[in-house]
Design a protein around this ligand. Sequence first.
Ligand SMILES: Cc1ncc(COP(=O)(O)O)c(C=O)c1O
Length: 307
Amino acid sequence: MSTAPFMIQNGRIVAYAECRLHGFSGAVKYGCGVFEGLRAYWNAGQHQLWVFRLEEHLARLGFGIRVLRLEGAPPLETIGRGILEMLRANGLRETCHIRVIVHLDGDDELSAKGPVGWMAGAVPRGSSRFVEAGMHAKVTAWARIADAALPARVKATGNYLNNRAAELEAKRDGYDAAILLTADGKLSEASGACLMLVRDGKLVTPSVTSDILESITRATLIELAREAGIEVVERAVDRSELWAAEEVLACGSGWEVVPIVSVDRLPVGDGRPGPVTRALQEAYFATVRGERPDRRGWLTPVWPDGT
Ligand SMILES: Cc1ncc(COP(=O)(O)O)c(C=O)c1O
């Protein structure tokens, strides 16, 4: 699936082919940028496209801009408005994955802090087949980047060389996804999502000090699980708990909520998506599609009412 015809670059709607960057920009030379991947869900009954947790994605983007010390980025509200403008310019009335990048531009030295550019586009895309069928995962030989080496909780473009190496290895070996351990051997996260386990009926997830990206979907599921009366425990998690668990799932804006049905070819539980995962999927999809009252203000409408 390809990106919708119009993107927004530095505040201007441009054709996809016109969204360009110099090959010597800091984004390319040093991998210096921060990005977000978020989704907008089409609700046919309401005739509305709902962007899920736009504020939180913008806030995380802002955190990344600060940590990478990028100077001269536009206010987050401008980027937020730009995302909505881009979705409208494409006339999007279908579920899509939105990508936003704020990056070092210009051709300067390693420690340059600007100029800064930004862009956003959307890829019309529904759920993957893994949401239903589950994924077969492998614990990769690559350790997750330690926060003392690169800020793991920042969604920095350069960080993703680590995720890419892990995912390439997993796919090369015939798996759907990679699971990364921290440098000291505890569970961190998947190549593009966070991890949760069901142990004795409780939802267990690596703590935010496990070199994870502080995932918005993870935070969402924690709230939805607690609301459903499921106890949630955030702690250090051992590798072998992946097999001791009744269920394992991965969660992220792009992946959504995906059962992990085997790890290193050893089935998780009975090797099928379990009841807690299914219940969380149901709650999650009802929430993101606007099928439940939006008590927390997580949904931003793209289209004016009644259009
Ligand atoms: C490495 C990594 N971990 C976790 C996540 C989940 O984060 P979020 O739920 O905020 O999308 C992502 C992105 O989806 C990711 O790329």
